[in-house]
Design a protein around this ligand. Structure first.
Ligand SMILES: Nc1nc2c(ncn2[C@@H]2O[C@H](COP(=O)(O)OP(=O)(O)OP(=O)(O)O)[C@@H](O)[C@H]2O)c(=O)[nH]1
Length: 292
């Protein structure tokens, strides 16, 4: 039996469904998802074990026009991930026309050493006829090794996608131990869950302005006490995150706590503080502190 192991990542324009797909494949909430573009920050690895292969997924942020230092770093992260992988899955939603963003990204990845697989996402949103049409148009975009339609929401074709991606990995010994799901430190995963909760229902200009840092995690029996800071750039944003009489922050805490308890498999006490770090997106020192 040939054993294959290697790295894959999904690319695609914002909202193409990359994070949701990664979660569906790895079967655990490891990357932040939101119906808002540009919320995936960290390059999170999910490791998928099969009898004859090991697929290591990198979850990259979306490529976009950089306006701040943070924007530039995000793009650097994306390119760094792209240059490391064996297989790239280009995600294109089934329910949207192929646009300039898709063509731009296709051009960017076409010259890499990685094998290109087109992934047509969100197939649950379109009819069979429209899907067929989209598959034809997608296959004309570039010289893809495979074109795979999937729905991360219904689970349709997820296994098929995994075996297609794994089939394009190089022959290699196992790269990670059997029980390894992700190598992101727990703190980062928890910070992402809090950030995701804090993003829920806030205005469109806020997403980039929120960062979360887990300051302390104290296990006490089956309870874990977590102290985290939510950073915003201005005090007006602080007011939005906290809400009238602290109502919004309370909601954020409840939602994040639920998700963290699921992740850790135990009870959690969550203490959230909202702090203003003026213009943290433009300040290299602050960026480093917040993990960028
Ligand atoms: N119906 C349906 N919706 C999906 C599917 N996959 C993702 N979505 C939705 O599409 C939106 C974007 O999904 P994400 O996974 O956050 O997209 P992304 O490509 O990671 O986005 P960025 O992080 O902005 O680059 C979310 O609202 C998802 O719930 C799917 O298979 N079916």
């Amino acid at each position: 039996m040939t054993y294959r192991a290697g790295f894959a990542c999904f690319v695609g324009r914002p909202n193409a469904g990359k994070s949701t797909l990664t979660n569906a494949i790895v079967g655990q909430k490891i990357a932040i998802t939101s119906n808002r573009p540009q919320t995936t920050r960290h390059v999170v690895r999910g490791v998928l074990h099969q009898p004859d292969s090991q697929l290591v997924l990198l979850d990259t942020p979306g490529l976009h026009r950089p306006r701040t230092l943070l924007g530039q770093r995000l793009n650097d992260l994306v390119r760094e991930a792209w240059s490391e992988v064996d297989v790239i899955g280009l995600c294109i939603p089934a329910d949207e026309e192929i646009g300039r963003g898709d063509r731009f990204i296709t051009g960017e990845i076409a010259g890499l050493k990685a094998t290109l697989v087109a992934v047509v996402t969100k197939t649950d949103l379109v009819s069979k006829k429209d899907l067929t049409q989209q598959l034809v148009e997608v296959s004309q975009l570039a010289d893809f090794a495979d074109v795979v339609p999937v729905s991360a929401v219904s689970g349709h074709q997820i296994d098929e996608l995994v075996s297609v991606l794994s089939g394009h990995l190089p022959e290699s010994p196992q790269l990670y131990p059997d029980d390894m799901l992700t190598d992101e430190p727990e703190q980062v995963l928890i910070a992402e869950l809090i950030r995701e909760a804090a993003l829920e229902g806030v205005r469109d200009e806020l997403p980039h302005s929120i960062a979360v840092l887990v300051e302390e995690m104290i296990p006490e029996g089956d309870l874990t006490k977590i102290y985290a800071d939510v950073y915003v750039e201005r005090s007006s944003q602080k007011a939005i995150v906290i809400g009238a009489g602290g109502s919004r922050l309370k909601q954020v805490g409840t939602q994040a706590r639920g998700a963290i308890e699921e992740l850790l498999g135990g009870r959690v006490y969550l203490d959230l503080h909202v702090r203003v770090a003026k213009d943290w997106q433009r300040d290299p020192k602050q960026l480093r502190r917040l993990g960028f």
